[in-house]
Design a protein around this ligand. Structure first.
Ligand code: COA
Ligand code: AMP
Length: 632
């Protein structure tokens, strides 16, 4: 192992309290902690208990006080509307403090929840920071989710206020958010009091009298409010993510550990320093957006970039390079799927050569496995370090990465390199024993998780233990399968559960199955993730119709596609439902999803010894147009 990286890693594991106490010097606290790690109530651990701080103060105010007032804090670039704006730190402070005033005026205070369902506009960032400023807990919901999904989040988070915009803008269409909000509010059993609506000129929404407020008018009437101190262990936000069922999991992030981890990771993982321009080309609805569009760059005094556009089509596959040149971006972070999209349109990288990319130091990829062809293509055309790193909504920052700020290790394509300091990563067999180096198993992290990782699920300690900690006592089960080689390099290969990754978005096939099963003609169904050149995986539904159903396959299939779009959202990219006579199962009745996935992907497959009816597999192969695949 190389020295510097190994030394840092060892220190984080052998002396975690000293390690994180040092890292915590990067944050301003209004009250010091009583102990760095409170491990008195395992498996629940708390970092920096007793300390107080304000995350917004650390992300905004202190930079103004420290002389960065005139430095750009937030760059907004929106090719879909043709708008651009730059907010320096002192402007950001004013916007955030007044947005906080607006919330305070609506009665929102410490601990209250605020749902933010917004497109990629600066007001969404102001809203997040405004919540942090007054100790409210934000829950940002990605705009590509449908009303029903939003309603589930409203019912779990029980917000006092929903902040939204009248519409979102996709390259091909304007998405009216207001009817979605109205429907979600109607569907939810929790009756919240207030919606604040940012009216966008592309499609203003109809305000419901007595419930909806016009954002701009309210903002104009509001005064600035100051930061309130919160406990390090108080929640900063809830971010819902897909679990194995249709019920999303409310991942909680605390204030103190999160601020420390974000600040530490910027310098050590990304090699980014105060004053650098950092662009995470993601969406604020995802964890990458929370951590690396909003919190980490601002906590570090960097300039962050909010891009309302796509990697291709707005207007072309040179969009990212135009951004890098125009804003002198130093570090770019996106999902491999975005690069696959760029590569498809510009295979020879001709558009890359048209721009001055001399400011760019590195490209970071995450959200799904960094497939070697995509990484090699990016390396060849950018001639820069391309760093694949692995993380999850639950952890909030990288579990494994080539830590640029510590020491760049040799790259092995297909591996996100080694465990990041703080993460005691192991590979376990089904019984929970560590496997030998190079052998496959479940990737798990020995408790305690480092600062920044989720301390629990929102109001659901039992679910936290059950979903993540029960299978391997003393460890957090990442839900990812893979291996760790002799040199400590991690290979993340697939999920061990029913989660699939579509264009870097995490989706539950179980959740989709619940929707398909509700169709009156469907007797049973299975949804599998099938390999897709661009999106990594796309969901495909296999449905058995009720006996006697005379509906045509194309009618039912069309209805199912529409149902998933309406109930889960367009982001699911659910475009295929195939009618079959039966689903292949084991004798105990378990649907053979893994085998069907292999068939769909054109891979060789093994007919399980426990199969109930081998002919059912042949039929699936025929239905999916995959006849004559090799069988083992
Ligand atoms: N609000 C409403 N709808 C949205 C949306 C939003 N915020 N984001 C996406 N959608 C819709 C799209 O319009 C599309 O609808 P369609 O079926 O009518 O075409 C659908 O959801 C799927 O969108 P998307 O996943 O963006 O696919 P795409 O085919 O439009 O674009 C890529 C493909 C690769 C360009 C795009 O997926 C991408 O940029 N991915 C990067 C993802 C990412 O950053 N992930 C975060 C992890 S780091
Ligand atoms: P999300 O919580 O939406 O960020 O999705 C997390 C999941 O995405 C992980 O559990 C992995 O399955 C997958 N993932 C993210 N980054 C990587 C990566 N670099 N390599 C492999 N899988 C990844």
């Amino acid at each position: 192992m190389s020295e510097e990286q190994a030394r840092e890693y060892r220190r984080s594991i052998d002396e975690p309290e000293a390690f994180w106490a040092d890292a915590a010097q990067g944050i301003d606290w209004s009250q010091p902690w009583k102990g760095v790690l409170d491990d008195s109530n395992p498996p629940f651990y708390r970092w920096f208990a007793g300390a107080e701080l304000n995350t917004c103060f650390n992300a905004v105010d202190r930079h103004v006080e420290g002389g960065r007032g005139d430095q750009p804090a937030l760059i907004y670039d929106s090719p879909v509307t043709g708008k651009k704006a730059v907010f320096c730190y002192s402007e950001l402070l004013e916007r955030v403090a007044r947005t906080a005033g607006m919330l305070a005026g609506l009665g929102v205070g410490k601990g209250d929840r605020v749902i933010i369902y917004m497109p990629m506009v600066p007001e969404a960032v102001f809203a997040m920071l405004a919540c942090a400023r007054i100790g409210a807990v934000h829950s940002v919901v990605f705009g590509g989710f449908a009303a029903k999904e939003l309603a589930k989040r409203i019912d779990d988070a029980k917000p006092k206020v929903i902040m939204t915009a009248s519409c979102g803008i996709e390259p091909a269409r304007v998405i009216e958010y207001k009817p979605l909000i109205d429907e979600a509010v109607e569907l939810a059993t929790h009756k919240h009091e207030v919606c604040v609506v940012l009216q966008r000129e592309q499609s203003p929404g109809l305000l419901v009298e007595g419930r909806d407020y016009d954002w701009s008018a309210l903002y104009e009437r509001s005064g600035e409010v100051d930061c309130v101190a919160v406990a390090a262990t108080d929640p900063l936000y809830i971010l819902y993510t897909s679990g194995t069922t249709g019920v999303p999991k409310g991942v909680v992030r605390d204030n103190g550990g999160h601020a420390v981890a974000m600040r530490w990771s910027m310098e050590n993982v990304y090699g980014a320093h105060p004053g650098d321009v950092f662009w995470a080309a993601s969406d604020i609805g995802w964890v990458v957006g929370h951590s690396y569009i909003v919190y980490a760059p601002l906590l570090t005094g960097c300039t962050t970039v909010l891009y309302e556009g796509k990697p291709v089509g707005t207007p072309d596959a040179g969009a990212f390079w135009r951004m890098v040149e125009e804003y002198r971006i130093n570090v770019l972070f996106t999902a491999p799927t975005a690069f696959r999209a760029i590569k498809k349109e510009d295979p020879d990288g001709k558009l890359i050569d048209r721009y001055d990319l001399s400011s760019l130091r590195a490209l970071f990829l995450a959200g799904e496995r960094g497939d070697p062809p995509t990484i090699e293509w990016a390396e060849r055309h950018l001639r820069l370090p391309v760093v694949d790193h692995w993380w999850q909504t639950e952890t909030g920052w990288a579990i494994a990465a080539n830590c640029m700020g510590i020491e760049m290790l040799p790259v092995k394509h297909g591996s996100p390199t080694r465990a990041v300091p703080g993460y005691q990563l192991v590979c376990l067999d089904e019984g929970g024993a560590e496997v030998a180096p190079g052998e496959s198993g479940t990737l798990a992290i020995r408790l305690p998780l480092p600062p920044g990782c989720f301390p629990t699920l929102w109001h659901n300690d039992t679910g936290y233990v059950h979903s993540y900690l029960e299978q391997f006592p003393g460890y957090y089960n990442t839900g990812d399968a893979g291996r760790i080689d002799e040199e400590g390099y991690v290979w993340v290969m697939s999920r061990t559960d029913d989660i699939i990754n579509t264009a870097g978005h995490r989706l539950s096939t179980g959740g989709m199955e619940e929707i398909l099963a509700a169709h009156p003609d469907v007797a049973e169904c299975a949804v599998i993730g099938v390999a897709d050149e661009m999106k990594g995986q796309v969901p495909v539904g296999l449905v058995v119709l009720n006996a006697g159903s005379e509906r045509s396959e194309s009618d039912v299939s069309g209805e199912l596609v529409a149902m998933v779009r309406a109930k889960l959202g367009p982001v699911a990219a659910f475009k295929h439902a195939v009618v079959v006579n039966r689903l292949p199962k084991t004798r105990s009745g378990k649907v053979l999803r893994r085998t069907m996935r292999k068939i769909a992907d054109g891979e060789s497959y093994q007919v399980p010894a426990t199969i109930d009816d081998p002919a059912a597999l042949e039929e699936i192969a025929r239905s999916l147009g995959r006849v004559g695949l090799p069988r083992r």
